[in-house]
Write a protein that binds this ligand. Sequence first.
Ligand code: BGC
Length: 731
Amino acid sequence: MYTLRDWMIVDDGRDGQSALENGNRLLIGNGYMAKRGTVEEADASYMPAIILSGVYDKYGDLWREPVNAPDPLFTILSVDCVPLTLTSERLATHEQSLDFRYGVYSRNTTWNVKDANLTISTERFISMDDVHLLCMKYTVSTDSDCLSLSIEICINTDIHDLNGPHLGNFQFEVKGQTHTLVCETLEKKIPIAIANEIVERKSLSYLIEENRSLYFFNMDGSNSVELFVFGAIWTGLDVDDPLVNVKKSVSRAKEVGWDRLLAAHKAKWDENWRAGDVVIKGDDYAQRVLRYSLYHMHIIVPRYKRICGSLSIPARGLSGQTYKGAVFWDTEMFIAPYFLVTEPELAAQFIRYRIETLPGARRKAAEYGFRGAFFAWESQETGDDACTDFGVTDVFTGRPVRTYFRDKQIHISADIVFAIKRYVDATCDFVILKEGGLELILEVARFYLSHIYYSPDRKRYESLDVVGPDEYHERVNNNAFTNRMILMVFETAEAFLNLLKEGDEAFIEKLLAKLDFSEDISLMRDVIPHFYVPQPNGQGIIEQFDGYFRLEDCSIDTVRSRLKDPKEYWGGGNGVASTTRIIKQADVVTMLALFGVDYSIPIKEANLAFYEPRTEHGSSLSACMYALLACEVGGSDWAYPFFIRSAEIDITGKSKHFAGLVYIGGTHPAANGGAWLTAVHGFCGFSLKNNKIHVTPRLPSHWEKITFRAALPDGLHEVTVTRDGWNEEII
Ligand code: BGC
């Protein structure tokens, strides 16, 4: 059971399920890596992991996924050579916690051993100040005599992989109290170096056995044993010789010591919170869950610079290998808005990641016979699509199910353009357009030009055979969201071409010549007025796609009652939802939330009322879109539970853990971002245009006020919003 306090979450769960949940709930990290909230002695069955951002590997024919590094903090306590674990019968009390202001994980576990209460207390953090560093304090204490104790410390390679193993060619070295390990990934032979350095408060006798250090001691109830383990990880993607760096890192850490390392780490967190915190008055629970959501975005956003390209944020952050550690539209649509306001250079970095992976998007378009750039639905470091054609395993037959996320969820390219447009509109940073942004937009426009069809009968251009955000209905025609996004791409391409032409005609001429784009411009201009975007019907409802209204109209409960297995996949060919109007996630509603100015309040109200009862919210991306739209129509109190649902998802652990038989558990950065979106854009009616802040207060009725910050060129603006007013000041 967990308890949530101010900046603190505590959990006393001991069983396997709790351990799995706490792995996500108590995650710590710094954007370079993250370590799951498992206990120090956890074996592979607890799914311990240190996920490295942007390092991928493929084993055999299995899914390509992020690499999980060997653990330099692995420590296990034994009595008479018998390890003490969470499954030990002698376990008396156990508690794990996370200070989410500073990303410090702690653990306190007591066993009854030989008439004594023997307690392990640990603290650990992954440094925000030096991204390669992991630090742990490990304390053993007793209340009476306890003899024959030993602590084993090593760099643990018994790690869990979903589709591994990923590492080989292990070379260990133990010198004094320093362990090092160099290994390499199997596919690209990327070297990974790991080290740890052990420092005892009072010296203990130890011996080295194979690659482990073993410390022996007795306790009499008055003393305690305190060890520090400083670990470091560098890879061949950071530097040419990671081994040299990893040794330097741990020896520096030993010199600097725990207290100063912790202080430097906390100082960086204070900096993160200076721009990134949001303070809510009048609702302690909302305050806690929102801060917890913000915490999760800070531990996964890659702030450091790598020698080989920009990094972005995977859909499950760095909480594990689910979804292949890939970047989805989640980043552009749900996460980037937070950083755009609080640390705009990070929003620019996400765009640069897409610009750098444009070659992969071009390859994907060509693979399907299109021109231009069709971005990966699941993007890794090269931009080639990690998404497979068989993303779900059927629960009944164990066979892979053909899904169409990779080849038909074409809105991904437009989502990226939307994020670039939003970034440029907010910041007026046209440089990013010149540095590849406009080229990307034109290539995406070209992709859609080669995808759409002209219907001579209907006298309009259409988009056929796609998957919209609602993945339960595949291969549909004229998905309203997708069509509106495609039109936005054409409009944006046209607008930015004209804008940049005014300032630098030569640049535009050169770019158009490079891309051989002149004919496409004429085509695009012809398409814009004739491109079909589904419009509201007589009742104001926008049909999600052609024929949606002809599907069976039944309740979510009816559909659920047809499941023969709780893990059954609801979508695709045989899914229980596919033949009905029940949808997985916000679709038309997402369109209305993004293009709010195009639609009237009654249209928004009608679609909210129509689609919400038909939405399963089977994706964590759904609730916040309903909340955002509801705020626009004056329904902030109605939106509030949807906001809470987004913000608390990684605390409660109440989310889908399986798609068919495929494990999809982990943290939910898009929901974390969605919580901020709802609080700031939704409840405050905030928007940022040309570096100017606009606010329309519409707080939930029990909120007194909310304060957040926006980093603008003239300084950090603090915005305070009450129910009937707002102000901003530069701090
Ligand atoms: C959702 C997608 C989302 C992906 C990763 C899926 O369940 O339907 O919209 O991008 O998860 O979060």
